[in-house]
Design a protein around this ligand. Sequence first.
Ligand code: 13P
Length: 252
Amino acid sequence: MHTFPPLVAGNWKMNGTLASLAEVDALMEKLSGVDPACDVMICPPFTLIHPMARTLGDSRIALGGQDCHWEVSGAHTGDIAAEMIADLGGAAVIVGHSERRTDHGETDEIVRKKAAAAHRAGLVAIICIGETIDERKAGRTLEVLSTQIAGSLPEGCDAANTIIAYEPVWAIGTGLTPTTDEVAEAHAHIRKELAAKVGGEDEASRVRILYGGSVKPNNAKELMGVENVNGALVGGASLKADDFFGIISAYL
Ligand code: 13P
């Protein structure tokens, strides 16, 4: 049965202009002489997907979007359809990032519709889940993850079309990370809960579960070495080629 390599994905969030493509050139240069045992992806703002696709050419770096609407087209000013991301050569789209859940009031139901739209368009859905600091302090982390998995994953998820990103909200952009034991506990729980959503334990064992939240070159190897961690979703440290390469180097 096919197993999927780990994935190190960069989420540029609302950062980057055409000048930032120089960082992509620099990253390609760094990757040219090495062969890390992971897939590499960048999810730039929508405005950069097309120019970045040109910069990347046939490089090993894949492209993804950061969000999509659940409809194919229509009167949704400012929104982007999953099909539009696919049209530009995108392979994946992040849905349900905590910043969208907070900034745009996205519920599990909305996230589920967006993930279904990603699948409809032939994109891999990178579905984000994670607890707030209050939820962790209240001992509710695993319960929150269960609820988010139950609510955010559409019918038809499998290891080929779905990636889970566990991003504790309190670890995003703060420099704080869970302990390796806490990461292991969360990822094991996610894998167990996935079985009911992807048609059994065998399929669940193949789903990539990324860790995200203050992943840096100096902690990547430790975090990526935790059981059931199959890569990283990287924010701030994905913006600079040196830092992002440093994280990818966990798989060299
Ligand atoms: P940071 O790596 O900046 O903490 O962001 C993580 C994240 O939200 C990736 O989606």
